[in-house]
Design a protein around this ligand. Structure first.
Ligand SMILES: Nc1ncnc2c1ncn2[C@@H]1O[C@H](COP(=O)(O)OP(=O)(O)OP(=O)(O)O)[C@@H](O)[C@H]1O
Length: 265
C-alpha cells in the first residue's frame, strides 16, 4: 500500500522542520529516515501517521498532503486505518497493567471479528509475534516488570500482531541489544520484501546501509534529500547532514561510515 506526502510542510511554534516534502513509500520499500537530533524525524513519523497537524494547524486527518493508497488519512475509518497503518512511537503514553500476552493481543483489536472473544487467528498471530520477538518465556509476566529492551520487543510484537501493510517506526532499535537489533532489522526488511511499505527512523547509518533500500535525509534548514540507499548515502551528503567528518569503508558492495573525530558540541 502506497504512503505518500505531497508538498508536506511541518512546523512547531517558531520552527519550520520540513518544507514541501514529496515522499512516496511504495510496497517493497524500506526507508531509513536520518538526520540530526531535533531535525523533525519524529514529527514526520507523527504526520505520516495522522498524529501531527500540518502547516496551518488544520486537522491532520483531513490534510490531503498525506495519503495512503491515494486517500487522505482522514478519509479512512479508524478501524481500516489501524488495519493498514501501524506506528511504533518512541514513547508509549500511559502504562499497561496486564501481561505481555495481553499487551501483544491489543494489536489484534482492529481485526477483531467479534466483541465476545478472540478468534483462533488472533491468538495464533499473537503467539507468533511473541515468538518472533523471543518473548515466549516472558508471555505471562506483567509488562511493567520487563526491562527496557524487553518492553521494546513487546511493543514491536504488538505491531507484528497488528500486521498492517504500512509500518512507521520511530527508532525501532532503541534499548535493543545487538542480537535483537539485527533480528528486528532482518524482520522488517523481510516484511518489506514481502510487500509491506516501511519507514523507520534510525540513528545508525550501518543498519540503513545493510537493510534499507531507500533513505530520506532531513536537514536542519528544512530541506530533504531522498532516493535509493546507493544514491543518497554518500559521504558528502552524510557529512553535511550530521555536521561531522566521516571515514568511509567498503565491505563487499556496501559502504560504511564512521565519525572521524568527536565533534565539538
Ligand atoms: N510541541 C512542541 N512545541 C515546540 N517545539 C517542539 C514540539 N515538539 C517538538 N518540538 C521541536 O521540534 C523539533 C523536532 O522535534 P522531533 O522530535 O521531530 O525531532 P527528531 O528529529 O525526532 O529528534 P531526535 O533525533 O532527538 O529524536 C525539535 O527541535 C523539538 O524541540
Amino acid at each position: 500500500m502506497i504512503l505518500q506526502t505531497r508538498n508536506l510542510t511541518l512546523q512547531h511554534p517558531g520552527t519550520i522542520l520540513c518544507r514541501d516534502l514529496n515522499l512516496t513509500v511504495n510496497p517493497g520499500e524500506c526507508w531509513a529516515i536520518l538526520g540530526r537530533n531535533g531535525c523533525g524525524k519524529t514529527t514526520l513519523i507523527h504526520a505520516l501517521g495522522g498524529l501531527h497537524p500540518p502547516k496551518g494547524g488544520q486537522d491532520a486527518g483531513q490534510d490531503p498532503s498525506v495519503t495512503m493508497a491515494g486517500k487522505a488519512l482522514g478519509q479512512w475509518s479508524r478501524r481500516e486505518l489501524a488495519r493498514n497503518l501501524g506506528i511504533l512511537l518512541q514513547d508509549e503514553p500511559g502504562e499497561f497493567w496486564g501481561t505481555v500476552h495481553e499487551y501483544v493481543l491489543l494489536g489484534r483489536h482492529p481485526h477483531a471479528a467479534s466483541l465476545v472473544g478472540w478468534q483462533a487467528v488472533d491468538l495464533e498471530m499473537t503467539a507468533r509475534a511473541i515468538e518472533q520477538m523471543e518473548l515466549a518465556g516472558l508471555a505471562d509476566r506483567l509488562l511493567v516488570t520487563l526491562s527496557g529492551g524487553e518492553r521494546q520487543r513487546a511493543r514491536i510484537a504488538l505491531l507484528l500482531a497488528q500486521s498492517p501493510k504500512c509500518y512507521l517506526l520511530d527508532e525501532p532499535l532503541q534499548h535493543l541489544d545487538l542480537r535483537h537489533q539485527l533480528g528486528t532489522m532482518i524482520l522488517f526488511s523481510e516484511l518489506a520484501k514481502r510487500g509491506s511499505s516501511i519507514a523507520m527512523v534510525l540513528h545508525d547509518i550501518g543498519w540503513a546501509v545493510k537493510f534499507c533500500n531507500h533513505a530520506l535525509l532531513l536537514f536542519d534548514d528544512g530541506h530533504a534529500m531522498s532516493g535509493s540507499i546507493d544514491e543518497v548515502l554518500k559521504r558528502d551528503n552524510l557529512e553535511a547532514l550530521y555536521h561531522c567528518n566521516l571515514e568511509e569503508f567498503i565491505a563487499g558492495r556496501q559502504h560504511h561510515f564512521f565519525p572521524q573525530a568527536v565533534p565539538s558540541v
